[in-house]
Design a protein around this ligand. Structure first.
Ligand code: URA
Length: 267
């Protein structure tokens, strides 16, 4: 029986974490190329495996080969910069597609849908979704090339508000919504108090500061208002303002003011 390693080796831990600002960091070459918008991740992995990438004068063939800031990187003999800055996109997710790398049902993923509308300059980046929306949920989904922004925006302690509008079965009343305002008990523990408002046509506006699985649907089910349709309008101070299936890039000011994250140069 092969011996099981209790911990990942130190270099792997460091590469996964990407280091702290100001520290000497190193990263996987494929990820660094995608983050800096040189080549998308899958293509970067293929290029490395094909021997087309050199780091500090040596050809590397493993996509997880390490690269340090300042290392000269060449792709097909040409020097490329792996210095990246934080970028963030808002995307209006249509219903039917999943927030995952692949879709077992074959209908499609948000990454494929985003990829179809991005210009070549942005399609070269490795994009991470910030949080997730269910297959049938529509609305605001943010993407970034910066893993630190993902961690920042999805950390429950950050209390970043996410505003949803739900079409529900039944008639919402203040009496029914009050438990949500106080903090309703769910199967996985108490949900934080949420802002809950009645909108016209049996719709409820719910603003939550956590991001547990199917949380909005579970909260509204708990007060006997099952969700028929769910749409996300805003995350932090970023309000969706593009049509379904479309995207736009957020400015550095929008990232800072809307998400409380200072765009940075990576690494
Ligand atoms: N809560 C849900 O129930 N579904 C989503 O897609 C997002 C939040």
């Amino acid at each position: 029986m092969p011996r099981k390693r209790k911990h990942a080796p130190k270099w792997l831990e460091a590469a996964r974490q990407g280091g702290r600002p100001g520290e000497t960091t190193f990263d996987w070459i494929s990820r660094a190329l995608a983050r800096a918008g040189v080549i998308p991740l899958r293509d970067a992995e293929a290029a490395v495996q094909a021997g087309r990438v050199q780091v500090a004068g040596r050809t590397v063939t493993a996509p997880i080969s390490l690269v340090r800031p300042g290392d000269e990187v060449r792709v097909d003999g040409k020097v490329v910069s792996i210095a990246a800055t934080t970028r963030c996109l808002m995307f209006h997710k249509p219903a039917g597609i999943v927030t995952a790398g692949s879709d077992p049902e074959g209908i499609g993923t948000v990454f494929e849908a985003l990829g179809r509308v991005l210009p070549p300059e942005l399609a070269r980046y490795g994009w991470h979704a910030i949080g997730r929306l269910d297959r049938d949920t529509t609305g605001l989904l943010l993407f970034t090339n910066d893993e630190k922004l993902v961690a920042h925006a999805t950390l429950p302690e950050r209390h970043l508000p996410k505003r949803y509008v739900a079409q529900v079965q039944g008639t919402p009343t203040d009496e029914k919504l009050d438990p949500l305002r106080r903090g309703v008990m769910l199967q996985d523990g108490l949900a934080r108090p949420a802002r809950a408002e009645i909108r016209a046509d049996c719709r409820v506006e719910l603003t939550i500061t956590e991001g547990r699985n199917h949380q909005v649907k579970r909260m509204l089910s708990a007060v006997k208002l099952p969700v028929v349709q769910l749409h996300r309008e805003a995350v932090g101070g970023v309000v969706l303002d593009v049509p379904e299936g479309a995207f736009r890039e957020l400015s550095a000011e929008e990232i800072e003011a809307g998400l409380g994250f200072t765009p940075r140069t990576i690494p």
